[in-house]
Design a protein around this ligand. Sequence first.
Ligand SMILES: Nc1nc2c(c(=O)[nH]1)N[C@H]1C(S)=C(S)[C@@H](COP(=O)(O)O)O[C@H]1N2
Ligand SMILES: [Mo]
Length: 349
Amino acid sequence: MRLEDEGATSPPLQEDEERSAFVKLDPSTFFIRHPPPPHELGPSITDDEFLFQTIHMGAAIVDESRYRISITGLVDNPYSLTLTQLHALPSTTITAFHECYGSPLVPPTKALRRIGNVTWTGVPLHVLLVYARPKVSGTYVWSSGLDHGTFAGVEADRYQKDLTLAKALGPEVLVAYAMNGQPLSKNRGGPVRLVVPGWFGTNSTKWLCKLEVQDRRAEGPFTTTFYNEQYPPDDPTNPYKPVYGVQPNSMISSPEPEAEVVGAEVVVEGWAWSEDGVTTVDVSVDEGESWVDAKVEDRSELSWQRFRAKLELAKGRFVVLARAEGADGRVQPLGEGRNHVHRVAFEVV
Ligand SMILES: Nc1nc2c(c(=O)[nH]1)N[C@H]1C(S)=C(S)[C@@H](COP(=O)(O)O)O[C@H]1N2
Ligand SMILES: [Mo]
C-alpha cells in the first residue's frame, strides 16, 4: 500500500484528538532499568531483556483501537493514520546503537554506558513527512508522546521532542512498531515510537501520537529545561546546545573486570559507536602513554562497531583502556566527560 492509495490515510485530527487513545500510566512515575555491565553486552544484537529502559513520567497504556498518529503543523496536507494503516505501508528495518544520554539533572561528567544495539522496523519518517508536503518555512519536526506528568518537580502535559527537518528527512529515522523483530512492548514505547538512530535516545519519542512540522524548536520542558546542555555550566559565553548527536564512545566487553587471563597474549574486545561512525580505536595499558591500534570493523547501517586488539603482556596486574575516534575527528576524553574512556582492571597469570 502507498500513502496515495485510497484508504491508506485518515482525515486530519482536531486539536488533541489523538490523545483519546491514552488509557493510563503504568508505571505512573519515573522508571529506569539499568543495563547489565559491559562484559555482558558481548553479542552484536542486544536482547530486549538486556536493553536499558528510561521512562520519565510513566509508561502510557494505549488503546490501539483508538490509536491515531497525527501528521500536521506547517504542512499543506495534514492527515492521520490508524495503526492498521501504518502497518499497511512499506516498512524498513535498520540496525542501530541505542544510547541514553543519562540524567539531564546532573552535569555530563560521568560515563554511564546505558547502551545497546538493536534492529528497529517501521515506516521511514521522511515518507510520512513528504506526503504531508511541508511548507518552505518548516525547519523542525516536533514529536509528542501520549505520556504526561511530572519529572524532577516539573510538570509536562506531554513528552515532546524536536529534530531538525534535515535529520527528520534522513533515511534512518523511523516511525517504528517493532524491535528485534517483535512488536514494541509498552515500556519500549508500543504500539508506536519514533526512532532517531545516531542521536541520543531522548529524541526517540515513545507512545508517539503526533508529528508536527514547525519553524522553531519545541518549547516544552524536555527540549528547554532538560536535554539542553550548557557545558561547562554557568559560563554565559557558552551557548545551550540541544542533546542531539551521539559523541564517539566505546566500552570493553572482554576481558571482564578482575579477570585472570592465562598466557602472554591478551585479546581486548569491545564496542565503539558515534553518530557518524568510528574510524579508529586505540588501546592502552599505561594510561595513554603508549597506544596499540585495534582492528575496528566497518560500520553497518548505524550499528555499533566491534574492535579487537591483541596485546603481549608480562605477568601482573593491568588496567586497560580503549579510546575511540569518530569520523568527525573527535576522540573520547581520558578524564571527565559523559563519554570518557572505559577502564578495566585484570591480571595476567
Ligand atoms: N514519550 C517518551 N519517550 C521517551 C522517553 C519518555 O520518558 N517518554 N524517554 C526517552 C529517553 S531519555 C530514552 S534514553 C529513550 C529510552 O528508550 P528505551 O526505554 O526503549 O530504551 O526513550 C526516550 N523516549
Ligand atoms: Mo535517556
